[in-house]
Write a protein that binds this ligand. Structure first.
Ligand code: ZZB
Length: 262
C-alpha cells in the first residue's frame, strides 16, 4: 500500500515533552507525519489527530529533521531510505499521544496557517503512522471526531484542549460531488444520523458512500487544480507535495505478509 506522508511541522512553543529532547533536536524541524491516500484533500485540513494512549517515537532522519510517528512506522521508514542506516533508526524520545495533544502545527496546503493536534479514539495503531490528518469536509470519521470535541466541553477538558484549538475550525468546502454537495462528509453524517466517532458501523457505511464517488466524480473547487476531477489531479498533487519536500512517499507492507513472517 502506497501512502503520501504529509509532514506537519511542529511550531514553537513545543510541547513540554519535546522540549525535554531539545538538546538533541538542535533546532532541526520536527514533523508529525500523517499517512494519507487523499493528497488532494490537504487544502481542507483543520487539525491533526493522535490517539492519547498510543505510544509514538521521535526519531532522526538522514537529513537530521525529526519525525514523530508510531515505532512500527519508524521501523518501516528505516527500510525505505529515510534514515542514515538501513533498518536502523535513532529514537530521540518516546512519547504518549497525550504528550503531544495541543501541539501547534503548520500543515502543507491547508487554508489554516496553524492547526492543532487533537485526540481521536478510533485511530488504529497498526495502520499508517498512527498520526492522522483531519479533513472534516470529506472524511466522515474526521467530521464525527471534530463534532464530538465541539459538542462536549468535558471531552475537551479531559485532554486539556482549549476552545481556541477546536471551536474556530469548520469544514472547508474543497471538493464538489454530484448529489453530495461540497461538504460530502457533513452530508452523509447528517443523512445517517451519526451520533459520535464511536458509531463504527454507520461511519463505515458513510465512508463507503463517499469514497468511490469522490474519486470518480469529485471536482476540486479550490487551489491550482480548481475545476479538475479528483482522479485526474491526485497524482499531480502528490508530486507537488513531494517536490516541495512537504510530503514523502511511504509504503506499508501487506498485513498478511507481516503476520506470516512473524
Ligand atoms: C486524509 C483524508 C481525507 C482521509 C479524506 C480520508 C478521507 P483506508 O482507505 O481505510 O486505507 N487513516 C490513516 N491512518 C489511520 C489510522 N492509523 N487510523 C485511522 N485512520 C487512519 O483509509 C485511509 C485513510 O484513513 C487515510 O486518508 C487517513 O485519512 C485515515 F477526505 O487522510 B485520510 C472517505 C475518507 N476520506
Amino acid at each position: 500500500q502506497e501512502y503520501t506522508l504529509v509532514k506537519m511541522r511542529v511550531v514553537q512553543p513545543y510541547p513540554e515533552k519535546l522540549k525535554f529532547a531539545k538538546k538533541s533536536l538542535k533546532n532541526k524541524p520536527v514533523f508529525l507525519v500523517a499517512a494519507t491516500l487523499r493528497p488532494e484533500t490537504m487544502y481542507g485540513q483543520t487539525n491533526c489527530w493522535v490517539h492519547p494512549d498510543l505510544e509514538y517515537v521521535a526519531f532522526k532522519l538522514n537529513d537530521e529533521s525529526i519525525f514523530v510517528c508510531s515505532e512500527r512506522a519508524a521501523k518501516n521508514m528505516s527500510y525505505q531510505g529515510f534514515t542514515a542506516k538501513n533498518g536502523e533508526f535513532e529514537i530521540i524520545t518516546k512519547l504518549k499521544g497525550q504528550d503531544i495533544l495541543g501541539a501547534k502545527l503548520n500543515a502543507p496546503l491547508s487554508f489554516n496557517d496553524i492547526i492543532y493536534t487533537l485526540p481521536m479514539l478510533s485511530i488504529k495503531p497498526d495502520k499508517g503512522t498512527g498520526v492522522v490528518t483531519s479533513v472534516p469536509s470529506d472524511s466522515p470519521d474526521d467530521y464525527a471526531a471534530l463534532t464530538d470535541l465541539k459538542k462536549k466541553p468535558a471531552f475537551r477538558e479531559k485532554y486539556n484542549i482549549t476552545d481556541e484549538m477546536v471551536l474556530p475550525f469548520e469544514p472547508i468546502p474543497i471538493i464538489e460531488i454530484p448529489d453530495f454537495g461540497n461538504l460530502c462528509a457533513v452530508t452523509v453524517y447528517d443523512e445517517l444520523k451519526i451520533q459520535s466517532q464511536n458509531d463504527k458501523e454507520k461511519l463505515q457505511i458513510a465512508k463507503e458512500k463517499v469514497y468511490l464517488k469522490a474519486f470518480y466524480e469529485g471536482i476540486l473547487i479550490v487551489g491550482e487544480f480548481k475545476g479538475q476531477k479528483v482522479q485526474d489531479v491526485k497524482k499531480a498533487l502528490q508530486k507537488k507535495l513531494t517536490d516541495s519536500k512537504e510530503a514523502v512517499i511511504y509504503y506499508e507492507p501487506e498485513k498478511t505478509i507481516m503476520s506470516r513472517s512473524g
